[in-house]
Write a protein that binds this ligand. Structure first.
Ligand code: UD2
Length: 331
């Protein structure tokens, strides 16, 4: 059993990872400021999860949380390209200052390894497909610059301090627990919840853009593999974590429409600023060094995700009915 700290523990990826770590018998502590994550994501993990409601920029506090910890999974971030375009400084604080704060705290508390949530946005405007880790980075959005800065700090700390760091470049992660209620939510969460509500989803651009959509379980497994891999193989390195196939938004829209019997066309709107046209990963490095293999494919992942959002919709309509019933009680 290892002692673990997960930053961004109440977020989509942090909570999913923590759930699996707890199932595997690890002792998990988590920090989240609940600016993006929600208590609903971690309610089922309490009391096994030792939860601290705090800002990851509070280095002294993070250092306290790091005491006795073997591995930190640093997932805490503001994960949105458009939000970073709108508010670069706010994003920078969470994504860059937050990462440096976590690294310093981990170093000072004698943590062995930090596994960092990087982003496929690092490849930015480069047109070559698939994206390989040896390619030059070409970030476009402030978010991409911030995530790359975090990677560079990981590499620097692995070189100059006795801290093992590793970056996982996630490619468009989706699955249960992904927030769907913000304008910055991931596209699949937005498509599915809109379709379930009988509303037409919006496609920014013409729908030809493609992504290497990656189901959450693959990302959780990759994190655990990265924590277990021998230091000499992974120290200071970067790994693509993806499925290794890409699907256009239009194609994905039609697949989801088929699953949900939703045959109304989308609303088309202007492309987003700093949006990337195509994204596809080469996952050879993660396969050979970490033993990573995506165990849940795109279609199966979509199926599971759709099922989960359906249960959420059922639950909220039941709650709404109960509330209505309560309101209608004679006094
Ligand atoms: C980027 C990263 C991803 C992750 C994420 C932050 C790339 C290729 N990917 O995701 O790895 O770091 O940031 O969580 O850089 N869209 C619509 N309608 C909507 C919402 C989105 O058409 O309602 C489009 C959007 O314009 C984009 C695509 O869907 O072309 C995916 O958007 P996203 O916000 O889900 O993720 P993306 O690619 O910015």
């Amino acid at each position: 059993m290892a002692r673990i700290l997960v930053t961004g523990v109440a977020g989509f990826i942090g909570s999913s990872l923590s759930r699996e770590l707890i199932v595997r018998g690890h002792k998990v502590r988590g920090i989240d400021d609940l600016s993006g994550g929600t208590l609903a994501n971690i309610n089922d993990l309490l009391p096994e999860l030792d939860f601290e409601h705090a800002d990851q920029c509070n280095q002294a506090l993070v250092k306290k949380l790091c005491q006795g910890v073997d591995v930190v999974f640093h997932q805490g971030a503001i994960p949105s390209v458009p939000r970073s375009v709108l508010d670069p400084l706010g994003s920078h604080r969470a994504n860059v200052d937050g990462t440096l704060s976590v690294l310093l705290a981990a170093r000072d508390a004698g943590v062995r390894r930090v596994v960092y949530a990087g982003s496929s946005s690092a490849y930015g405007e480069s047109l070559t497909l698939p994206k390989h880790e040896a390619m030059a980075i070409a970030p476009i959005s402030p978010y991409a610059v911030q995530k790359v800065t975090g990677e560079l700090y990981m590499q620097s700390f692995a070189k100059i301090y006795p801290l093992e760091t590793v970056t996982l470049r996630y490619f468009n992660v989706f699955g249960p627990h992904q927030a769907a209620d913000s304008p910055y939510s991931g596209v699949l969460a937005k498509f599915i919840t809109a379709m379930l509500a009988g509303q037409r989803p919006t496609i920014f651009g013409d729908g030809s853009q493609s992504r290497d959509f990656t189901y959450i379980q693959n990302v959780v497994e990759a994190n655990i593999l990265a924590a277990l891999a021998p230091a000499h193989l992974i120290r200071g390195k970067v790994y693509n974590i993806a499925c290794g196939e890409r699907h256009s938004l239009s194609e994905t829209y039609d697949i989801l429409g088929g699953m949900l019997a939703f045959y109304t066309p989308p609303v088309f709107a202007e492309s987003r600023t700093a949006d990337i046209q195509h994204s596809l990963a080469d996952i050879t490095r993660a396969t050979s060094d970490l033993g990573y293999k995506p165990s849940v494919g795109f279609i199966e992942g979509l199926r599971r995700t759709v099922e989960w959002y359906k249960t959420q919709t059922d639950r909220s309509s039941t709650t709404a009915k109960l509330t209505d019933a309560a309101l209608l009680q004679p006094v």
